[in-house]
Design a protein around this ligand. Structure first.
Ligand SMILES: C[S@@+](CC[C@H](N)C(=O)[O-])C[C@H]1O[C@@H](n2cnc3c(N)ncnc32)[C@H](O)[C@@H]1O
Length: 334
């Protein structure tokens, strides 16, 4: 059979089962089976493959016909700038979560710029360390209030709070490690802790960290929310389970029957994890630290209200994803 015929057959079968992404799925599975790029075989549609050779591909298509997600069939998923290993113990990372990563990067960049923009020899501090390189002094993790003098000798009469040169970030419910790994890759000053209640999920996250050479940048801990962590963080990030009891029953077959319930189901209302994260993060964030959470699109106002009522946060802000849905909420500890 030619590649063209194989793809047409598989697409027809998948379409008949009601799978809307039939053609794309057929191509991704065939590329995985042939261990090549999709473009490679699309450029050569007359390439011949014998029927006996095709048996493993047929098996993959029949798994997809039962609505198993393509990522579980291939065991991998693209996220950010890399490919992650995934299995049924972890949520398949969604493209929307890249928006969450972008939001964390914005906040982290602010910390980095505070460190980098300090003129090394042109500031005087209230701690008797004037003239030292700021980064070397900031490792201690203490906050400094400085009167700064600008690079062009223009005096700032401005008092600013300086963060430590190491940005401590906590990713709660790391799953495949998607968020923690993207942050580890993008934030050189990041010291990242990633937790999950699922030992099986952590196994995959650690494997992904090793595969990407990022294992030295992330500490993985098992436990319920903040229970396994020590010390204070500059940023707490989480994409927690947020599906309510009613929504769970209505999830698409491919999600409900294959992705781990522990990664999806939050409880009766769907905001249970947000309530805990908002109230518990207070004791784990540094002064001015940020809580950043991925949210289900219709939950933004409810979660904003919980953050406001807690009285722990200011600068509460919601960011939309590229489809225009509310996707990320953040707030700075008062
Ligand atoms: C929606 S998934 C997010 C996975 C990953 N961060 C991502 O964005 O793709 C939620 C994760 O939270 C974990 N989880 C569920 N309950 C938890 C708890 N009480 N404490 C810590 N992690 C929990 C699940 O195992 C799952 O990996």
């Amino acid at each position: 059979m030619t590649v063209r015929e194989i793809l047409n057959d598989a697409t027809r079968e998948l379409e008949a089962a009601g799978i809307q992404t039939a053609r794309l799925d057929a191509e991704v599975l065939l590329a995985f089976f042939l261990k090549c790029d999709r473009l490679e075989f699309l450029k050569n549609p007359e390439r011949q493959i014998s029927k006996t050779q095709l048996a493993p591909f047929k098996k993959m298509v029949s798994r997809r016909l039962k609505w198993e997600p393509v990522a579980y069939i291939t065991g991998r998923k693209e996220f950010w700038s890399f490919t992650l290993e995934v299995n049924k113990d972890v949520l398949i990372p969604r493209p929307d979560t890249e928006v969450t990563v972008e939001e964390v990067l914005k906040v982290a960049k602010h910390y980095e710029s505070l460190i980098n923009e300090l003129p090394p020899s042109e500031f005087t501090g209230d701690n008797g360390h004037a003239g030292l390189d700021p980064a070397s002094r900031l490792d201690s993790g203490r906050m400094f209030t400085l009167r700064m003098r600008g690079r062009n000798d223009k005096k700032y009469d401005e008092t600013c709070k300086i963060k430590p040169s190491v940005i401590r970030i906590l990713d709660i419910g790391t799953g495949s490690g998607a968020i923690a790994l993207a942050l580890a890759k993008e934030i050189p000053a990041g010291k990242i802790t990633a937790t999950d209640i699922s030992a099986a999920a952590l196994k995959i996250a650690k494997k992904n960290a090793r595969n990407l050479g990022l294992e030295k940048h992330i500490e993985f801990l098992k436990g319920d929310l903040f229970a396994p962590v020590k010390g204070l963080f500059d940023i707490v990030i989480s994409n927690p389970p947020y599906i309510s009891a009613t929504e769970y029953e209505m999830l698409p077959h491919g999600v409900k029957d294959f992705e781990p319930k522990i990664a999806l189901f939050a409880g009766q209302t769907g905001v249970e994890f947000y309530e805990k994260l908002i109230y518990q993060s207070k004791n784990h964030l540094k002064e001015d630290g940020w809580l950043i959470m991925e949210i289900g699109a219709p939950q933004a106002e409810k979660i904003r209200a919980i953050m406001q009522e807690s009285g722990f946060f200011e600068n509460i802000d919601v960011r939309r994803d590229y489809a225009g849905h509310d996707r990320v909420i953040k707030g700075r500890k008062r």
